[in-house]
Design a protein around this ligand. Structure first.
Ligand SMILES: NC(=O)c1ccc[n+]([C@@H]2O[C@H](COP(=O)([O-])OP(=O)(O)OC[C@H]3O[C@@H](n4cnc5c(N)ncnc54)[C@H](OP(=O)(O)O)[C@@H]3O)[C@@H](O)[C@H]2O)c1
Length: 224
C-alpha cells in the first residue's frame, strides 16, 4: 500500500485527491491549517496533520513528526490564487505573500520531508502549479503575484528534479486546469473529480524520464 502526503487537503483539489486516493486503498496524510475543522478530510479516512506552509516552524514540526515514516508520493497542492491589480496597485507584501505560499512553502515542505521521502519506495514529488505560471502561455498579463510565484515554483521543481534525480526521484509540475473549487469558482469548466482523476493518472504514469517536466491534467506537455 502506498503512502501519499497531500498539502492543503481540507478543501478543493487537495480534498478530492484525498478522496480518490483513499478510495483506491492508498494511505493518505492530508494537511490542513485548521485540522479540527477538516471534517470532510477526516471523513475520507485520511490521517490529518497540521501545516501552514508559510511558517517554517510548522513545516519543520511536520517533518519531525514524520521522521522514521515512509512517504511514497508528496503532492504539494496548497496554494493561493487571485488576480491582484495592475502594476501601480502592487505592494511588496502582496507579492511576497504569493511567493511564501506558492513557491517557498512547497520547497520547505520538500526539505522537511526528505528523510520520509527517501525512506519511501515511490520517490515522486508533484507540485500543483498553474498554466498561469507559463511565460510562453501568458497572453493576458496581470496576476503578477500568482503568475510569478507559480513560474518560480516551476523553476524550483526543475532544480529539484536535477538534484534529487540522482537518487531516483521524479519531480513534476502539474496544471490542474481551471477547476470548480473555491479558487476556480463555479464558472470553471473542469469538475474537480475530472481534474484529480487526470492528475493522478499523470503522477501514476510518470517515470524518472519525465522528471522536471510540466504537464497538464490530461497528460499533455505544457510550454514554459
Ligand atoms: N482551481 C483552479 O482553477 C486552479 C487552477 C490552476 C492551479 N490551481 C492550483 O491548485 C492548487 C489547489 O487549488 P484549489 O483550487 O483546490 O484551491 P482552494 O480550494 O482555494 O484550496 C486551497 C488549499 O490550499 C490551502 N492553503 C492556502 N494557504 C495555505 C498555507 N499558508 N499553508 C497551508 N495550506 C494553505 C488552503 O487551506 P485553507 O482552507 O486553510 O485556506 C486549501 O486547503 C493550488 O496550488 C492552486 O494554485 C488551481
Amino acid at each position: 500500500m502506498s503512502t501519499w502526503l497531500v498539502t492543503g487537503a481540507n478543501r478543493g483539489i487537495g480534498l478530492e485527491l484525498a478522496r480518490q486516493l483513499t478510495a483506491r486503498g492508498a494511505q493518505v496524510i492530508g494537511t490542513a491549517r485548521e485540522p479540527e475543522a477538516a471534517t470532510e478530510l477526516r471523513a475520507t479516512g485520511a490521517r490529518v496533520e497540521v501545516l501552514d506552509v508559510t511558517r517554517p516552524d510548522s513545516v519543520d514540526a511536520l517533518g519531525a513528526r514524520l521522521r522514521g515514516e515512509a512517504i511514497d508520493v508528496l503532492v504539494n497542492n496548497a496554494g493561493i490564487g487571485g488576480l491582484g491589480g495592475g502594476v501601480a496597485d502592487l505592494t511588496a507584501d502582496h507579492l511576497l505573500r504569493y511567493y511564501a505560499v506558492n513557491a517557498v512553502g512547497p520547497l520547505l515542505v520538500v526539505r522537511a520531508l526528505l528523510p520520509a521521502l527517501r525512506a519511501g519506495g515511490g520517490k515522486k514529488i508533484a507540485h500543483v502549479t498553474s498554466l498561469m505560471g507559463s511565460i510562453g502561455d501568458n497572453g493576458s498579463g496581470g496576476a503578477y503575484g500568482y503568475r510569478a510565484s507559480k513560474a518560480a515554483l516551476n523553476m524550483l521543481n526543475k532544480s529539484l528534479a536535477l538534484e534529487l534525480g540522482r537518487e531516483g526521484f521524479t519531480c513534476l509540475v502539474l496544471n490542474p486546469g481551471w477547476v470548480q473549487t473555491d479558487m476556480g469558482g463555479r464558472g470553471a469548466p473542469t469538475p474537480v473529480v475530472e481534474s484529480v482523476r487526470g492528475l493522478l493518472a499523470v503522477i501514476d504514469g510518470a517515470t524518472p524520464a519525465d522528471s522536471g517536466r510540466f504537464f497538464n491534467h490530461d497528460g499533455r506537455a505544457l510550454p514554459w
